[in-house]
Design a protein around this ligand. Structure first.
Ligand SMILES: Cc1cc2nc3c(=O)[nH]c(=O)nc-3n(C[C@H](O)[C@H](O)[C@H](O)COP(=O)(O)OP(=O)(O)OC[C@H]3O[C@@H](n4cnc5c(N)ncnc54)[C@H](O)[C@@H]3O)c2cc1C
Length: 409
């Protein structure tokens, strides 16, 4: 058995790495005049537009969805090549924009061929921005209990209701949403899933005050006439369709490259801070064994989440049977964020709460992490919900459930 820890790449992979690297050097240089904010939601419109154009260029090469078939706007790459691509992309640290692409895997499983040909290239090439709208003012964790209604009228549906905690900055082109299509059928057999153009008459938005700048929209549907061509899956199959999106949102597909733990650079900032800051007596923090312990804990916990994400990437792309694995990824990521929040507080003390340019250490990344760790607990289902899903998949609940169907190729 070979226990070497060195990862080796084939000549073909290295050649492709070179091609990607050259392309990125030419296309991934953010103009110096744009200020890069700590948080995606605080991006200026100019930077947002630049990132959108960059993503469209990536999409044109199939590199936004490298493993997807080219007929659906993907790159048609092998996992070996996609791995190299992801590694190179993650080095560039281009800020993400809020583009919820989770309708695509659901459409791949549940959509008609016509829908796949029409919508998947738009999503996979970065030509449209989609917001996912499942949560309602009275319904979050128990997503099957929504009340937004979709009433059939000939070939169309008339949608009424309100969604909350939706989207990111600026605007969306499509909304990926759920609604009750059958008021009489039992739970899980009464919903429809719709990929709705965001500019249909009757759709409006307003903002909530949150401690982060994403997930802060209300979406209102007021007698919105949605043609039947936007219904994905059967008329009462929306619960199953949404589960495919959620399976991927939880992390069944895994990830590769730097940042798989989505720690937002806070661990690196902790190490830098401890090496430069001093305690009240003037001693470098890094000389305190307790601080060193905390730093090691932060690194180990982060590495565990990265390995789980890598395992899922491998399982997903090798079509291994997956059960609890997506929710395990989500659960550990959410718990890690909270744990790092506590470590940051212990290491930096009250400085971890500051975000002003004079006093905040590490350009305010600690303060930002405190807020984001709390809010990250919720999207896609809280950690309690991930545990529930895992229990059901492991047969520890009343029923034993399988993972929602997913596929790329
Ligand atoms: C920043 C942010 C972004 C978001 N983005 C989106 C988005 O893009 N699209 C979208 O549709 N939604 C989005 N959401 C909403 C998110 O999915 C919900 O917040 C989440 O599902 C929890 O629902 P809730 O807030 O109504 O809490 P509740 O469902 O009211 O839960 C409250 C608490 O009770 C616990 N709980 C609930 N049920 C159980 C149970 N059965 N067992 C044990 N504990 C339980 C929960 O863990 C939670 O701690 C976002 C939320 C945030 C904060």
């Amino acid at each position: 058995m070979d226990f070497s820890t060195e990862i080796t790449y084939s000549a073909e992979q290295e050649k492709f790495r070179q091609e990607v690297s050259v392309w990125l050097s030419e296309n991934a240089q953010i103009p110096a005049e744009f200020k890069i904010p700590r948080e995606t939601g605080d991006m200026s419109h100019e930077l947002y537009n630049w990132v959108r154009e960059y993503r469209k260029k990536l999409g044109a090469k199939g590199w936004l969805a490298p493993l997807w078939p080219s007929e659906y706007g993907g790159g048609g790459l092998s996992v070996d090549m996609a791995q190299v691509l992801e590694e190179e992309l993650s080095k560039r640290k281009i800020p993400a924009i809020y583009d919820n692409r989770l309708a695509a895997p659901a459409m791949m499983v549940w959509g008609t061929e016509e829908q796949k040909q029409r919508f998947l290239p738009l999503i996979n090439k970065g030509d449209v921005i989609t917001w996912q709208a499942f949560t309602e003012p009275e319904v979050g964790s128990d997503a099957a209990s929504i009340t937004t209604s979709a009433v059939r009228d000939g070939d169309d549906f008339i949608i009424n209701g309100t969604k909350v905690y939706i989207g990111g900055p600026f605007s969306a082109d499509y909304i990926w949403t759920t609604a009750v299509t059958d008021q009489t059928s039992p739970r899980h057999r009464n919903l429809g899933a719709f990929y709705v153009p965001a500019d249909l008459p009757g759709i409006s938005f307003s903002d909530m005050e949150l401690i982060v700048n994403v997930g802060k929209r209300f979406v209102y549907y007021d007698n919105v006439r949605v043609p039947g061509e936007y219904l994905v899956g059967g008329e009462n199959q929306g619960w199953q369709v949404a589960q495919t999106s959620l399976e991927i949102e939880h992390g069944a597909g895994g990830s590769i490259g730097e940042g798989a733990s989505r720690d937002g650079g806070v661990v690196a900032a902790l190490f830098d801070y401890a090496q430069t800051a001093v305690d009240g007596a003037g001693n470098p923090l890094i000389e305190d064994p307790r601080i060193r312990d905390l730093l090691v804990e932060a690194r180990i916990e982060t590495h565990i989440v990265e390995l789980i994400a890598l395992r899922n990437y491998w399982m997903f792309n090798n079509q291994k049977r997956m059960t609890f694995h997506g929710s395990q990824n989500s659960l550990l990521r959410k718990l890690l964020a909270m744990k790092l929040g506590n470590i940051v507080l212990e290491v930096a003390g009250p400085y971890a709460m500051l975000n002003d340019s004079n006093w905040a250490p590490s350009n305010g990344v600690f303060e930002s992490h405190q807020r984001q760790a709390i809010t990250a607990h919720h999207p896609g289902g809280s950690s309690e919900i991930q545990k529930l899903i895992m229990a059901r998949r492991l047969g520890l609940s009343r029923s034993k459930e399988e993972a929602a169907p997913t596929k790329v190729a």
